[in-house]
Design a binder for this molecule. Structure first.
Ligand SMILES: [Zn+2]
Length: 74
C-alpha cells in the first residue's frame, strides 16, 4: 500500500512500533507477560497513541487519537 498518507507515516509509525516493542516485547520472549494496553506520545503529531502488546504472540497494535495519523496492526 503506497498511498500518500501511508508514505508520510512510514517513519513515525516505525518509531512508534519500536517504542512499544522496546518497552514491552523484550528478549527472550519478545512479548509481555500479560497483554498490555497503554498510551504513548504520537511520533508524528504529538497526540496520544493507544497501543496494545499481546501476551499471546507479541503482536502490537496502535492508533493515534488524531484522524488520518498513525495506525498499525501487526
Ligand atoms: Zn498522531
Amino acid at each position: 500500500m503506497t498511498t500518500p498518507t501511508f508514505s508520510r507515516l512510514v517513519g513515525p509509525t516505525a518509531r512508534a512500533m519500536a517504542a512499544v516493542r522496546n518497552t514491552h516485547c523484550q528478549p527472550p520472549t519478545f512479548r509481555p507477560a500479560a497483554t498490555t494496553r497503554g498510551t504513548i506520545r504520537c511520533t508524528h503529531c504529538g497526540g496520544n497513541i493507544t497501543f496494545t502488546a499481546s501476551a499471546i504472540d507479541g503482536r502490537t497494535t496502535g492508533r493515534c487519537s488524531s484522524a488520518d495519523c498513525i495506525c498499525w496492526n501487526e
